[in-house]
Design a protein around this ligand. Sequence first.
Ligand code: ADP
Ligand code: XUL
Length: 558
Amino acid sequence: MEDCSLPHDSLFLGFDSSTQSLKATVLDSNLNLVTSEIVHFDSQLPHYGTKDGVYRDASENGRIVSPTLMWVEALELVLQKLSKSKLDFGKIAAISGSGQQHGSVYWKSGSSAILSSLDPSKPLVDQLGDAFSTKESPIWMDSSTTEQCREIEKAVGGALELSRLTGSRAHERYTGPQIRKIFLKLPEIYNQTERISLVSSFMASLLIGSYACIDETDGAGMNLMDIKQRAWSKIALEATAPSLEEKLGKLAPAHAVAGFIAPYFVERFHFNKNCLIVQWSGDNPNSLAGLTLNTPGDLAISLGTSDTVFGITSNPQPRLEGHVFPNPVDTEGYMVMLCYKNGSLTREDVRNRFAKESWEVFNEFLEKTPPLNGGKIGFYYKDHEILPPLPVGFHRYVLQGFTGENLDRINECEVEEFDPSSEVRAVIEGQFLSMRGHAERFGMPSPPKRIIATGGASANHSILKSIASIFGCDVYTVQRPDSASLGAALRAAHGWLCNKTGKFVPISCLYKDKLEKTSLSCKLAVTAGDKPLVSKYGLLMKKRMEIEKHLVQKLGRA
Ligand code: ADP
Ligand code: XUL
């Protein structure tokens, strides 16, 4: 029997470098929350001038980037905040983190030397200002690489073939198409680059003071890695850009140690020099870890800047829709995921237009409108959507005569707008009907045994009630909605344990039989909706998927 105890009095730090903020969560050796901190980019680092943490480039359709240095400055600032909160950095045994998936950083030739000789008397931003061959990192919201996606798919034998190989067909936000675009359109940047990091491996690189490997889970979000071999795919690399492998470096399992913390942080913040940096991974994979998702019938719904739906499987079937990644806490299993770009920011937009910029009014409207919304269906795309691939635009339909009994003699009619409260219900029902429809089509459990909701909007009980009614299952939540930084802290402990043991140890070993006593336990938030309503929603979902198909035929990206 393995000894899975963590050293008494030790702490584990997890970060989440996401679209709008950098969060930090600290767990103790009993996996209980010690403290947490957040740096919100727009409001706390206003000199970068981001909106929602990003720049939407008005001169190039779909180009969305973030200033790389902002993430660097945020790291220093969050550490200062933790230090002010009297956190004893000397007790931190290991650190890991989550990065928004797919985003990439381009290190200029010669930067490895800068990274390994950081001066602790100066802030990081003052030393890394010249370390990148482009100051703007393409991020997951970008949709400017459709051309490169089609080229890569063609070169590897088609979209389905690429999906079977790498876990996903080519997607605009995926790192491979982003790299190809830079190689083709800005070759001087590509040629000047000695290393390409993901947001996750970039942040780990700062902490170890040298280039960290890309982990095998987040690496699957690039259209460059063979998901079965967990190794770079030669054919995908060649289809993307020349000499790419040397710029990417090696892959490492998510539980591996990336290195010891760099002297810069030991001297500046008084970390213990033996503090381990465990490979960072993507935010969704770390959420999967933080939610302790280990039952195939469980489905997680994350309602952050993006909305995602994910679960685990041992037998993935990559298709044209959805994504497959290696499970970050299991050396053999996989996670499956769907991703929506129009998540919280679009709900905020509808709230601001129709519900007086207030979540209370939004919830009041949601509660006072009837389930099924009298047959009113809405498609709200404030940004180019990923699932389905549709451009910016709002589309509204009324199913005249719809009572939820059948779809015969239903007249569907497109309208310009709804009354404000119906707009609110339509944006909520629309999103979860789409999730149910696509999750079923992707082979995810239907109905799920239970749903675990996380992310900023999972704090909204009225929204959770709609999820329970539409999916027909109980909805659970975790103590804190930032499961990505929580999962990162847990993975820091897991990586520490694997390192101590000298081999991979199942993560459940850390919390087996004591989950309830940790900060990881989920609690029932809403019980399943009644069965007749669930089947009525089934019909509405069917109709919605039909309308969606027509919209894609009419307006969708090639
Ligand atoms: P990220 O993906 O950047 O980590 P978060 O998980 O922190 O995002 O979620 C941030 C979002 O949560 C905000 O954009 C906000 O719209 C949403 N949010 C916060 N509170 C509520 C609420 N009560 N109801 C609905 N959405 C909320
Ligand atoms: C996942 C995706 C988003 C980002 C958001 O494929 O693009 O969920 O990870 O941070």
